[in-house]
Design a protein around this ligand. Sequence first.
Ligand SMILES: *[C@@H]1O[C@H](CO)[C@@H](O)[C@H](O)[C@H]1NC(C)=O
Ligand SMILES: *[C@@H]1O[C@H](CO)[C@@H](O)[C@H](O)[C@H]1NC(C)=O
Ligand SMILES: *[C@@H]1O[C@H](CO)[C@@H](O)[C@H](O)[C@H]1NC(C)=O
Ligand SMILES: *[C@@H]1O[C@H](CO)[C@@H](O)[C@H](O)[C@H]1NC(C)=O
Ligand SMILES: *[C@@H]1O[C@H](CO)[C@@H](O)[C@H](O)[C@H]1NC(C)=O
Ligand SMILES: *[C@@H]1O[C@H](CO)[C@@H](O)[C@H](O)[C@H]1NC(C)=O
Ligand SMILES: *[C@@H]1O[C@H](CO)[C@@H](O)[C@H](O)[C@H]1NC(C)=O
Ligand SMILES: *[C@@H]1O[C@H](CO)[C@@H](O)[C@H](O)[C@H]1NC(C)=O
Ligand SMILES: *[C@@H]1O[C@H](CO)[C@@H](O)[C@H](O)[C@H]1NC(C)=O
Ligand SMILES: CC(=O)N[C@H]1CO[C@H](CO)[C@@H](O)[C@@H]1O
Length: 325
Amino acid sequence: MPVHVLTPILLCLLPMWRILTPVSSHPQHSQCQLIQRTALCNNGKLSSVPAGLPDNLEELQLNYNHIQTLQDNSLLRYPSLNTLSLACNKTSHALKTLPRLRALDLSENVLEDEMVATLLQNLTSLEYLNLSGNLLQRLDETSFRNLHQLKELDLQRNIMYEIDRAFDGNPKLQRLNLAFNYLLCLTDFHMTQLVVLNASHNFIEWFVTRPDLNDTFQLETLDLSNNKMLFFPFLPNHSHLRNLYLSHNSVSFYEHLADNSTFPNSTKTVEFYNMKKYTGNVTAQLWNESLYGDISSLEILDLRGNQPKMLQKSIKKNCLKPTSY
Ligand SMILES: *[C@@H]1O[C@H](CO)[C@@H](O)[C@H](O)[C@H]1NC(C)=O
Ligand SMILES: *[C@@H]1O[C@H](CO)[C@@H](O)[C@H](O)[C@H]1NC(C)=O
Ligand SMILES: *[C@@H]1O[C@H](CO)[C@@H](O)[C@H](O)[C@H]1NC(C)=O
Ligand SMILES: *[C@@H]1O[C@H](CO)[C@@H](O)[C@H](O)[C@H]1NC(C)=O
Ligand SMILES: *[C@@H]1O[C@H](CO)[C@@H](O)[C@H](O)[C@H]1NC(C)=O
Ligand SMILES: *[C@@H]1O[C@H](CO)[C@@H](O)[C@H](O)[C@H]1NC(C)=O
Ligand SMILES: *[C@@H]1O[C@H](CO)[C@@H](O)[C@H](O)[C@H]1NC(C)=O
Ligand SMILES: *[C@@H]1O[C@H](CO)[C@@H](O)[C@H](O)[C@H]1NC(C)=O
Ligand SMILES: *[C@@H]1O[C@H](CO)[C@@H](O)[C@H](O)[C@H]1NC(C)=O
Ligand SMILES: CC(=O)N[C@H]1CO[C@H](CO)[C@@H](O)[C@@H]1O
């Protein structure tokens, strides 16, 4: 992809920098204008991060320079830095040479799918990544492929409608926030190591755990509030689930449909299938409690604001834009 489409990018490097050493001072900031703790070094000919700026610097603007790479230690002399702006340079290339970076906050940067994939390509040490408030639409197995150490990922407030096996390369991921997106259903959930999954404020109608998986899931908190859930989620058979948030959905229980005399023509099963790849089909008996999974550890179950709807016809739910893990 053409990197010059990387219009203003604001990289907010987290306090992680602080753990990693302060260094030296060389008076060499003639190309920068200092305003309190902000250094404006834009439109210059800088080819590297200037040394010699005050070491309590909090914001550094390096837009429109000639910086191609950021050396691992070039920012460490500014341990208080929380905002770094590198617009209009080969920023993605610069990030490629930060293989030690452990925390990266790219929130609120109008980043799109391909830009993100390029930016993250070689950040193999990342443990914490914040991509909230960007323009991500679709994630797949290439999105976070090399982030093998990733533990926490914040993807809230994007415009995502589809996630297709995007986290297979992140076996250490424990906290995932997908809130405030446009996801329609979560199928084939099999991230056994995940502890917190927040998928609130989407348009999710159903949540189905991969049915043939007998592992114990580490899942403790599942937030599916403010969605379009019609059914209780199909949870893992074995988990440590403690907090289950289902408020503001349309969750109902359909035991009564089993009664032929009251609803002679009503359906007994619901088929969940995925129009794109049929591998995720699940047929569930509506009144079969065992399908609800392991809720023996549950401490909080929030079902406020659900409006049961009557189901009488044969039920087939499909999902054109599935989210499968
Ligand atoms: C980034 O990774 C690609 C392969 O994914 C590799 O070809 C390239 O040399 C790497 N760049 C750096 C700077 O490590
Ligand atoms: C990610 O960034 C957003 C916006 O800057 C912030 O509200 C959110 O708390 C951050 N997420 C985490 C996990 O720190
Ligand atoms: C999920 O994310 C939303 C939006 O950030 C937040 O309001 C909510 O408290 C989170 N849920 C949990 C269980 O932390
Ligand atoms: C999980 O529980 C369901 C319902 O009891 C059962 O049909 C399924 O075989 C179980 N899966 C495994 C892997 O044990
Ligand atoms: C699933 O695991 C449990 C122990 O956690 C075991 O008792 C059961 O036989 C297993 N079921 C299958 C289908 O492997
Ligand atoms: C309900 O109807 C189904 C066929 O639609 C039948 O197999 C089943 O035995 C009936 N159940 C009862 C309790 O009558
Ligand atoms: C059930 O379906 C049959 C055949 O389609 C129909 O004759 C009957 O009126 C239906 N009963 C109800 C209660 O809708
Ligand atoms: C899943 O459902 C679709 C639509 O009903 C069907 O065409 C497909 O064969 C099913 N796949 C499996 C594996 O059952
Ligand atoms: C629920 O489904 C399981 C597996 O399909 C079955 O073994 C069990 O008998 C069912 N329970 C009821 C109450 O129908
Ligand atoms: C390496 C690189 O692309 N540097 C560019 C940084 O931005 C200035 C101004 O847009 C360009 O002239 C450089 O070529």
